[in-house]
Design a protein around this ligand. Structure first.
Ligand SMILES: [Zn+2]
Length: 323
């Protein structure tokens, strides 16, 4: 394995150690969701001890007092020790935020639902979350992301939010260690019209979380810049929500472009058959779900001057476009 190129992506090099550690947990399809959870970690629930008062209230009986009590508890030292209750607290808080005061204006409610989605994301990223908590958080996160009015009236957001799920897709909430920073993101204001194909340009294979951290911490993006990422074993990770414009094609060039990144350096190596199979399946799926022309696929280097996605992956792009 040769060192990562610091010339082209200096930010990735800085996080290489962290990223390689994270990559190991992302190596297998769905590994983030299927890994066994530790049963006796020091922060696991201590059944029968220190049961927080909020845990006795029913979700249907939420009021601001209860939600404030949960928030206060989450900021307390108990929350860092009691993993089981931490998960329950976030699930309750998120559910409460979605259910409380349903007569509030739509924008107020939309904001609460985004905060609810953040709570569910944190459960999904919590190593102490139980299988049952992960299942509930996955379901609630999907609902929260749709917002209080479900599929919104604007056709662009409705199209992005209501697409049929891709089999085997690893949802963002299952791998990302932090929720998106909504204030740095732009909602799409026109439908996607083409795909832009990238490579991650590193032999360190940092995995989606390593890339997300570089994009958020170094580039100051609101989330990982790509809408989807694909691993060498064919794993497809959901990246930035399709509700938001990507940050991948270059300044002022992202509108209408759905960004897909294959992990690897394809100036040097060839993409694996598994990765290309997933790429083709993903492009076909999104093309039919979002009405993007099937052959409207360009390599990043065709959008701006860059070696991305590497000559070996660009060859796939050229072949695909010919049909
Ligand atoms: Zn690129």
């Amino acid at each position: 394995m040769r060192p990562a190129s610091s010339r082209r992506h200096p930010g990735l090099l800085a996080l290489a150690l962290l990223a390689s550690a994270l990559a190991s947990s992302c190596a297998a399809r769905g590994s983030v969701q299927t890994e066994p959870r530790p049963v006796s970690s020091p922060t696991a629930a201590a059944p029968g001890s220190a049961i927080p008062s909020w845990s006795r209230s029913e979700a249907s009986a939420f009021d601001w007092q209860t939600l404030d009590a949960i928030k206060a508890w989450l900021a307390s030292v108990d929350a860092s020790r009691l993993g089981h209750f931490r998960g329950e607290a976030r699930l309750k808080l998120g559910t409460g935020l979605m259910g409380i005061d349903p007569t509030a204006s739509e924008s107020v409610r939309a904001d609460r639902w985004e905060r609810a989605a953040e709570q569910f994301s944190m459960v999904l990223a919590d190593p102490d979350a139980s299988r049952d908590q992960l299942d509930r958080a996955t379901e609630l996160h999907t609902i929260a992301q749709r917002g209080p009015k479900g599929a919104r009236s604007a056709s662009t957001t409705a199209a992005a939010d209501t697409i049929a799920p891709l089999p085997g897709l690893v949802r963002r909430g299952a791998w990302a260690k932090a929720p998106p920073i909504a204030s740095r993101l732009n909602r799409i204001d026109r439908p996607f019209t083409e795909f832009t194909i990238h490579h991650s340009d590193t032999t360190h294979r940092p995995g989606p979380e390593g890339i997300r951290r570089v994009h958020v911490d170094s580039e100051r993006y609101g989330d990982v810049g790509y809408h989807f990422l694909i691993g060498p074993d064919g794993t497809v990770w959901e990246g930035r929500s399709l509700r938001y414009q990507g940050a991948h094609a270059g300044e002022g060039r992202n509108e209408g472009k759905l960004g897909i990144c294959l992990l690897g350096d394809f100036e040097v190596a060839r993409p694996t058959p598994a990765a290309l199979r997933s790429l083709e399946q993903l492009v076909r799926h999104l093309s039919s779900e979002l009405d993007i022309p099937l052959r409207a696929v360009r390599g990043h280097g065709e959008v701006k001057a860059t070696l991305c996605p590497g000559r070996h992956l660009q060859r796939w792009v050229d072949t695909w476009r010919r049909g």
